[in-house]
Design a protein around this ligand. Structure first.
Ligand code: AMP
Length: 220
């Protein structure tokens, strides 16, 4: 398949974005663009950007939008066919607006914004496991709590934004890796089929509200 394809994988920490992004990108011939991986690479190489980002990442807060958007812009410029699976970007309304503008500059738009939904208990269980297996410096309990709170406050509102744009798809992220990949694959194939038919704009047929990770929108 040729032409632009921009798939966003969204969801709280521990939802399985990284794992699923790698699998889906390989299947669909997309480049995986993970801003978290790019930042970790800068930290490992000890670049200026990495040195500035490390403390922020270790606190669980977000790196400033201009830094992130600059990295994404450069990546888009290096692969102008714009076939990307975005993992962990955008995370703020500013980043979402910047992404739309960047894509518009290239005559492209978002194919699908997929929200992976997983209940809180399962998120925590996965993150504890990942901390033991990978030893990520931002997977400690206190930092995980901050990252979840940051997600709810700054990133979750983007789901409404993409819902309004007609690109949002909610996918159940519970179960084993292969089961979740199959659900995601189906969603993308459905969108592809409907866009070649020209009979649908990619929206959900049924728009039932679903609760992400057991919490309602906003935070007390
Ligand atoms: P991730 O691997 O996507 O969970 O990202 C790890 C950390 O990198 C986050 O907790 C943030 O500190 C930072 N980060 C990654 N992506 C972004 C982004 N799009 N905007 C701001 N900060 C980010």
């Amino acid at each position: 398949m040729t032409g632009h394809e921009i798939v966003l994988l969204m969801g709280p920490p521990g939802a399985g974005k990284g794992t699923q992004a790698a699998r889906l990108a390989a299947e669909r011939g997309l480049a995986k663009l993970s801003t978290g991986d790019m930042l970790r690479d800068h930290v490992a190489r000890g670049t200026d950007l990495g040195n500035r980002a490390k403390a922020i990442m270790d606190s669980g807060e977000l790196v400033p939008d201009d830094v992130i958007v600059g990295m994404v812009r450069a990546t888009f410029e290096s692969k102008p066919d714009l076939r990307f699976l975005l993992d962990g970007f955008p995370r703020t309304p500013g980043q979402a607006a910047a992404l739309d503008a960047l894509l518009a500059e290239h005559g492209a738009s978002i194919t699908a914004a997929i929200a992976l939904a997983v209940v809180d208990d399962e998120l925590v269980r996965r993150l504890v496991l990942r901390s033991e297996e990978e030893g990520r410096s931002d997977d400690g309990e206190e930092i995980v709590r901050t990252r979840m709170e940051v997600y709810r406050r700054q990133t979750q509102p983007l789901l409404d934004y993409y819902d309004g744009q007609g690109t949002l798809r909610r996918v159940d992220g519970s179960g084993d890796v292969e089961t979740v990949t199959a659900r995601l694959r189906n969603v993308l194939e459905e969108i592809e089929a409907s866009s070649t038919d020209g009979r649908d704009d990619g929206r959900d047929d049924h728009d039932e509200p679903q609760v992400l990770h057991g919490a309602s929108k906003g935070h007390p």
